[in-house]
Design a protein around this ligand. Structure first.
Ligand code: 26Q
Length: 827
């Protein structure tokens, strides 16, 4: 990776004094003129508005400057298409990027508030479900920071990820009207509008020279709203352009003329609901028509926008692939392959073959999952109805693919069947991943293991045909948000010891390695952790009512709830430990129990009954454990509701132990694993996803790896896995499952968890919880033993931080830029 120049530290030079007075004056100005508030009476919300407006002005200036420079240079641009951008809050991030944090702190101090308090008033922009959406946000931050001329494109959902509350131990979902009070971070572009068409049929003129005509049934307008993404320590910014669906004007006119407002409103809704709400599914696609419309809506608008910009700059599209790289974040925008072909052939006069060549050179695709049930497919009948012209184009791509397959392996019909863009095994369906692979010049997975498994499993046939197309780019996270902003105590300590350059060059953290030998550094490091744990304990007390002891081991599993992530395995350990404490109060070895606080957070997809049941069980177990006087402070179990980016920023820095315990071969990468290690948590995890690379980076002695490896998982399943045998042979396990199944934690409804336990014992335990149980317990005891030796623990925690250099989003974006997009960073 090329090493960006480190930024100078920022002492109170004349320049920063100027920034202070400049920003303070701006804030006072906006209090009066934008917020319409008497500055002396400004509330935290007023201050949030005023500081944000001051920052917005600077972002706006930078955007205009960068845009002009890119146009003048006719720069090659990266276009990142993603259904999800899980941004979180923006103010703190922008202040740090602009170097205005101290100035803003002074300015709000003048109104008797702290910056933390003001920043805490901002709502999260939660336009994503989890890992994939947060990765897109980290990548935008890295692209801006590396100075890549880049655009993110997505949907301006009116409602983001649902908010979660807990009632009687159960998850309740609430809408997230994040735009309710407006947002200072968007720049509406009323003049940037593209029509997106749906439905109808296709006419084929007699002459082969005349392209087919799509007689569409309806049009919706896509209106652009930009969010400016500041780069850290550079004037460069990136643009996130989000599309809002608006009904065509004639519908309003119709209402005006006929007076039938109700019917007109219905029509209007049918169009505008396209950008109404984020689909709250994680990993398993819900095959709804509206979802397909969302995908096409934002993809079409984005590609039209790209072509319009290119034509304005170059006057022709023949050199499109030299000037634009379009990246598909999973298959959600894969329809873009057919859409670009359609635009080139039907609307810009290209012949098929050159259009196809351009398309393949323009697109690249990242896969984020191996699980077959999570791969997107759409019924051919639905496609016919919603996107008839695209279906034709997909059939033509498929025809050429079949010819190529036939040439590669003559007579191998199974090979053709497996490669086909159309799954013919039942109701015919379009395989979006196959469309994405066929239409891209590069395809990558998100960790070394995942990328290897991709070419061995779901893309094995494509890899035979086009081996050079497949590669790996391991995920990364932005050190600005996930260390510098989220963990002020630790970042101040790091700054003091190695300077501030790690924010732009995370590899510099390696310089912390030798400091692990220094007792003072260890003490300071653990003092920072302790401060973060106290902050987290306050949050836990406020949100759950449970008091937890910051001196106990904080054991954290925070992520979406899914069976493959095995939150239930974590809970089996908690119940085991609870029973063991009661049985052996003196501890497993007579030395007492290491006090532990087990912390969960995460959302379950609203329709995912098993995941919701696990959340409920956590609450039921927590109620029993936390109120059992015999347990005292040796074990606490809490569930922090409404997990999201802002909560993660408090939880990650306060963690001692990071649980990354998915069944080997199921978690594509994970990124929470990186954030937690970067904040000095030790990982207990399986040999899965990026855990493997984290282990290689930190060394076997600095991580707790347990359980079956991916190859063993496959072998166990192939040999006929029998969870019941484990139940019968492991008395502790049997007792724990019997307790849960018989209502020990749900006395008001003893049968509540019978089904959950039966799914393990009789339902095949698909994710092999029981197979990994014993090793997991033994490894947890090793964790306790190490934690009892604070100096040894501190050494390993420091070693983890020092080894996280390569898990920066800047490194990942550097690899994408060089190997996949062939674009050089602008600075
Ligand atoms: C698709 C169709 C219809 C409805 C929903 C969906 C849908 C939505 C979200 C499908 C998948 C997702 C999200 C997937 C995801 O977050 N994957 C995670 O991506 C991370 C970034 O690469 C990885 O670190 C995680 O391992 C992976 O699970």
């Amino acid at each position: 990776m090329s090493q960006p120049t480190p930024l100078p530290a920022a002492p109170a030079t004349p320049a920063t004094r100027e920034a202070c007075t400049g920003l303070a004056a701006q804030v006072e100005h906006h209090l009066l003129h934008t917020m319409a508030t008497a500055p002396a009476a400004a509330s935290p919300i007023d201050l949030l508005g005023a500081v944000s407006q001051a920052v917005r002005g600077e972002l706006s200036r930078r955007w205009v400057q960068g845009d002009a420079a890119d146009r003048a240079a006719q720069a090659r641009r990266v276009v990142y298409l993603s259904m999800e951008f899980l941004i979180g809050r923006s103010l703190g991030n922008a202040l740090d990027a602009l170097g205005l944090g101290a100035a803003a702190g002074n300015s709000v101090a003048g109104h008797a508030h702290t910056l933390e308090e003001i920043e805490g008033q901002e709502r999260d922009a939660a336009l994503g479900n989890g890992g994939l959406g947060r990765l897109a946000a980290c990548f935008l931050d890295a692209m801006a920071t590396r100075g890549l001329p880049s655009f993110g494109y997505g949907i301006r959902y009116e409602f983001g990820m649902f908010a979660q509350s807990i009632a009687g131990g159960r998850q309740i979902e609430h809408p997230d009207p994040w735009l309710e009070d407006g947002t200072p971070w968007e720049f509406p572009r009323p003049d940037v509008v593209h029509p997106v068409r749906f439905g109808g049929w296709v006419e084929h003129p007699e002459s082969p020279d005349v392209p087919p005509i799509w007689r569409h049934a309806g049009t919706v307008q896509a209106k652009a709203y930009d969010m400016v993404v500041p780069g850290y320590g550079t004037e460069r910014v990136s643009t996130l352009r989000l599309w809002k669906a608006v009904a065509p004007a004639h519908i309003d006119l119709h209402a005006f003329n006929s007076g039938d407002y109700a019917r007109a409103a219905e029509f209007k809704n049918a169009f505008e609901n396209i950008s109404w709400v984020l689909y709250p599914n994680d990993s398993t696609p819900a095959g709804r028509e509206l979802r397909l419309k969302q995908e096409y809506f934002f993809t079409s608008a984005s590609i039209q926008d790209v072509l319009a910009r290119h034509l304005a700059e170059h006057g022709r599209l023949t050199n499109l692939a030299d000037k634009v790289a379009i990246h598909l974040n999973d298959t959600h925008p894969a329809i873009g392959v057919a859409e670009l072909l359609r635009l080139l052939v039907d609307e810009h006069g290209f012949a098929w073959t050159p259009a196809w060549r351009i398309t393949q050179r323009v697109f690249s695709y990242t896969n984020h999952t191996l699980m077959p049930e999570a791969l997107e497919t759409w019924p051919v009948s639905l496609f016919q109805q919603v996107l008839p012209r695209h279906l034709e184009i997909i059939f033509r791509i498929n025809h050429e693919l079949m010819v190529e397959a036939q040439a590669a392996r003559p007579g191998d019909l199974d090979f053709m069947r497996r490669l086909s863009l159309i799954d013919e095994s039942g109701e015919r369906r379009v395989r979006m991943a196959h469309l994405a692979v066929a239409g891209s010049h590069q395809v990558n997975g998100v960790s070394a293991l995942h990328s290897k498994l991709l070419v061995q499993t779901i893309f094995a046939d494509f890899a035979l045909l086009w081996p050079e197309r497949f590669g790996n780019v391991t995920n990364g996270v932005t050190p600005r948000r996930w260390l510098a902003q989220a963990n002020r105590p630790l970042s101040a300590l790091i700054d003091q010891r190695i300077g501030t350059g790690w924010r732009r060059d995370l590899a510099q953290l390696a310089q912390l390695g030798p400091l692990a030998d220094e007792a003072t550094f260890r003490a300071e490091f653990m003092a920072a952790k302790q401060a973060n744990k106290r902050r987290l304990a306050r949050l836990i007390a406020n949100s759950t009512g449970t008091a937890v002891d910051p001196d106990s081991l904080f054991d954290v599993q925070v992520k979406r709830f899914h069976e493959y992530k095995r939150q239930l395995l974590n809970l089996l350990h908690v119940v085991t430990r609870y029973r063991a404490i009661l049985a052996q109060p003196q501890g497993p070895d007579g030395q007492g129990w290491q006090p532990r606080t087990v912390i969960f957070a995460g959302k379950a997809a609203s329709g995912y009954a098993m995941a919701k049941q696990i959340i409920r069980l956590i609450h039921d177990v927590g109620r029993v454990v936390n109120h059992d006087a015999r347990i005292g402070d040796r074990l606490k179990l809490v569930f922090v509701p409404n997990y999201g980016v802002s909560l993660a920023e408090v939880i990650m820095p306060g963690a001692d132990l990071s649980q990354q315990i998915s069944t080997a071969g199921t978690e594509a990468s994970g990124t929470g694993n990186m954030k937690l290690a970067l904040n000095g948590a030790l990982t207990i995890g399986t040999d899965d996803g990026a855990n493997i690379e984290i282990r290689q980076a930190v060394g076997d002695d600095n991580i707790f790896i347990f359980g079956r490896r991916a190859s063993e998982v496959t072998a166990i399943r192939a040999a006929g896995y029998q969870p019941m045998r484990l139940y019968e042979s492991l008395p502790q396990l049997k007792a724990v499952l019997d307790a849960i199944a018989s209502g020990a934690f749900s006395p008001d409804e003893p049968g509540r968890y019978r089904g959950l336990v039966d799914a393990l014992l009789w339902g095949g335990d698909h994710y092999l919880l029981l197979a990994d149980y014993e090793d997991y317990l033994a490894t947890q005891l090793q964790v306790d033993a190490l934690y009892r030796d604070p100096q040894a623990w501190a050494r390993k925690a420091i070693a983890n931080v020092a080894a996280m250099g390569s898990f920066s989003a800047d490194r990942a974006i550097g690899e994408y830029a060089r190997r996949i997009w062939q674009v050089a960073p602008g600075t």
